[in-house]
Write a protein that binds this ligand. Structure first.
Ligand SMILES: *Cc1c(COP(=O)(O)O)cnc(C)c1O
Length: 221
């Protein structure tokens, strides 16, 4: 089942787009099934669950933190996380940088933007991002790399709304690239698209899709 779903989705994704298998709430055994097919990129939204899975699963898995991250929990994932998709404040970046220094590594991050209609979703506005990126403090953070942006579209059947929000994120990416990262080839990721909207996201320029239930089946409630 999982293997079939996975292969169908991969067939719809161009080579230039990375599939992050969102394994939150699913057991290690489900992750292992994909691992055996050669898949290595997995996403989790809770620190505790991420750390438990990291401890029990093969060490060459690339773990992505995709959910809201509290500053006091950065220390638990700093030794091993591959990419933090959900950076939404200067204070959080400061803590990620400090923990990265402790572990003598550089941590890749995406800036999360608020692109949906719903007020419940986390993320920055472009003005807040400008403020962060122009700050003296940000420029002093040597152990983080900002490699792109992330966003979640409104949960709706209306394709026009979803497409418009993805376009907004793509435009934010282009704007930041030309203002702050024009000499920096590693600023290139646009993390957008989930089970319900990943095809639209790819049409609108996504470089990373975060797909869970379409691979693993309906999530246990
Ligand atoms: C759960 C989650 C996903 C994946 O959702 P599915 O609808 O199961 O594909 C993607 N991104 C984030 C931030 C999530 O929390």
């Amino acid at each position: 089942m999982i293997a079939d779903n996975y292969q169908i989705i991969q067939a719809h994704i161009p080579n230039t787009v990375k599939l992050i298998a969102v394994s939150k709430t699913y057991p290690n055994e489900a992750i292992n099934q994909l691992y055996k097919l050669g898949h290595r990129d997995f996403g989790e939204n809770k620190v505790q669950e991420l750390v438990e899975k990291y401890e029990h699963l093969p060490k060459d898995i690339r773990w992505h933190l995709i959910g809201h991250l509290q500053r006091n929990k950065v220390k638990y994932i700093a030794p091993f996380v591959t990419l933090i998709h959900s950076v939404d404040s200067l204070k959080l970046l400061q803590e990620i940088n400090a923990q990265a220094i402790k572990h003598n590594r550089t941590i890749n991050c995406l800036l999360q933007f608020h692109i949906a209609n719903e007020d419940t979703k986390y993320g920055l506005t472009i003005e807040e991002a400008d403020e962060i990126l122009q700050s003296v403090e940000f420029k002093s953070f040597k152990n983080i790399f900002i490699v792109g942006v992330m966003g979640m579209a409104t949960f709706t059947e209306d394709e026009r709304i979803v497409r418009r929000e993805f376009t907004t994120l793509k435009n934010i990416f282009e704007q930041l690239k030309s203002s702050y990262f024009y000499q920096n080839d590693s600023f290139r990721e646009i993390s957008m698209g989930m089970s319900g909207d990943y095809k639209l996201a790819i049409q609108e320029g996504s470089t990373m899709v975060r797909v869970g239930s379409l691979i693993f089946g309906n999530r246990p409630k």
